[in-house]
Design a protein around this ligand. Structure first.
Ligand code: NAD
Length: 340
């Protein structure tokens, strides 16, 4: 684990176990020199403790890169709570997690992520003020989807020469908080939707409400389309799946879509434009961070609108240097982090 911390440049790992509530949680702090480390709290089933800790470490780095490229005065961190097979009292478990966050005295600020809800954040807020995306703050997913939609238009312009989404074939993997909100916006813009989710109810809803075409989850990545938008969990682009892709570009909301950095080069070699995940999905972080700092809605909207501009800059550098946008964005983020 120390080797992974070192290679990911994660500063510290904090763990808590509370048998009474079933809490088994880890908080990874990647950086805190620009401000408190902010990042989501995942509540998922993991095959073992190592994979939960690895997820926290990799996501914490992703959050640092996201924050620094979004120009926020924040560091990056992530919490993972291992979902038990049976939870006697969900509220008590999240209250215990709130006490854990409080022990870090503001070095980490938590927020909603996969598997957690605003109501869970309310439970956490009973024990610490270092939490956002509570019911009073609102769901960041809508803002993530807004930024993602703008980023997809930017990606379409860079790869296909037009940001008109009418008739564009977009394949969305995962119709959760982010994926469904994105699908609604794409549908309104006239895009043709191909969708997959492990939850057949969400697929059915997208068929009925948005005229989406259902595709089996395992077949979605190899379905011909203009833009593939991974909006489920990370690691979907690996050495196996990347050879099967039949899209012009990948632009989705999921964190850590690339199973390793080399996948970015394979995408580049195949002529598939990749929108770095932590650039295109930064809308939710921008919203919760600026809201937490007490900024006005106007300031937040102005900041959100910069996502497309930032992505255009990354694409332009990548094209000039004939490198993957993911490599360019990683280097830029690391340079900005090292400047302190
Ligand atoms: P969510 O849990 O609401 O939705 C995820 C959806 O993906 C679920 O419906 C799930 O059934 C589906 N899914 C998972 N694996 C799948 C697979 N292999 N095939 C098809 N469907 C699959 O989560 P969310 O909040 O929408 O977040 C989605 C992703 O975006 C996550 O990676 C998250 O870390 C990232 N993200 C979310 C936000 C946010 O504001 N919520 C911000 C930035 C990044």
């Amino acid at each position: 684990m120390f080797a992974l911390m070192q290679s990911s440049r994660v500063q510290s790992l904090h763990m808590m176990v509370e048998p009474r509530t079933g809490l088994k949680a880890v908080i990874a702090i990647h950086s805190s020199q620009k401000g408190p480390a902010m990042g989501g709290c995942r509540y998922l089933s993991y095959p073992n403790e190592e994979s939960a800790i690895e997820d926290a470490i990799q996501l914490a780095r992703n959050m640092s890169y996201k924050a620094v490229l979004a120009g926020l005065s924040l560091g990056g961190g992530t919490a993972v709570i291992m979902r038990p097979a049976h939870v006697p009292d969900r509220a008590a478990l999240f209250e215990a997690f709130g006490r854990f966050v409080q022990t870090l005295d503001g070095r980490y600020v938590t927020a909603m992520d996969s598997g957690t809800s605003r109501e869970d954040m309310d439970c956490i807020a009973q024990y610490t003020q270092h939490v956002t995306s509570t019911t009073a703050v609102g769901d960041p997913s809508a803002h993530t989807a807004l930024g993602l939609y703008a980023g997809i238009r930017t990606t379409a312009m860079a790869r296909l020469g037009s940001d008109n989404l009418e008739g564009l074939r977009v394949a969305i993997q995962g119709l959760g908080h982010v994926g469904y909100a994105l699908a609604e916006q794409l549908h309104a813009a006239g895009a043709e939707l191909l969708v997959a989710d492990l939850d057949s109810g969400k697929v059915q809803l997208a068929m009925e409400q948005l005229g989406a075409k259902p595709i089996a989850s395992e077949a979605l990545l190899s379905t011909p389309c203009d833009i593939l938008a991974p909006c489920g969990l990370g690691g979907v682009l690996n050495s196996h799946s990347v050879t099967k892709l039949r899209c012009a570009a990948v632009a989705g909301g999921a964190n850590n879509q690339l199973s390793c950095a080399a996948i970015a080069d394979q995408l580049e070699a195949r002529g598939i434009l990749y929108a770095p995940d932590y650039v295109i999905n930064s809308g939710g972080l921008i919203y919760v961070a600026l809201h937490h700092q007490g900024q006005s809605p106007g300031t937040i909207t102005a900041h959100l609108s910069q996502i497309g501009t930032r992505l255009t800059e990354v694409f332009a550098h990548a094209q000039a240097e004939k490198r993957s946008p993911a490599r360019v964005a990683d280097e830029l983020a690391e340079r900005l982090l090292d400047m302190d």
